[in-house]
Design a protein. Sequence first.
Length: 207
Amino acid sequence: MSDTPKFTVIDRRKFKADEEEANRETAAGEAGALAGAGAETKSQAAETGGGPRLVVNESRQESNPKPVEAAEAEGEMELPPAPTAEESKEQKVAYDASAQRLEDIVRAQNPGVGAQPPVGFEHLVQQFYVSAMIQMGAGTQEGQRPRVDILGARNTIDLLGILAEKTKGNLTDAEDRMLQAVLFEARMAFMELTRMITLQGVPPPGR
């Protein structure tokens, strides 16, 4: 089984259409359900000691009987439909407004703080690079033993490689030089660290 974590993309837009109908149905049956739920809950609590129980949603399991691994292997991973151009535009406007409100709150509480610079491509590359170096033990305080996550570092460096491959031809000369330099340095650090780890596992001559 792959160690890559599995995830499911949820189309939140469909909840807008179903929300009012679901609320009406819930409100209609809520009074009767609450009346019978009290006695049933007391009975169950007496039998189980009042602790929580794990409830399996059988209907959901039946609707998706195929394992996630099998669906991925067959290229049948179900994804929600892509948002329309209008939906993306409206969401972007709402997101920018939320970000601006947050910045206004921060600046109101800290008058000396200036406006934050816009996030650029170099920040994305720097984030990956810093993460990889920390995973390889960089930044450890003096006197402390470095904590190394060599497999995590490999994944982060591979992500940098994917970024370089997918953005090929779409970067400025400065952005491409920066990305290639960072990727080269991260890979060199990884190779040096793995060499050290390998040598530590080799018994000295004469034994």
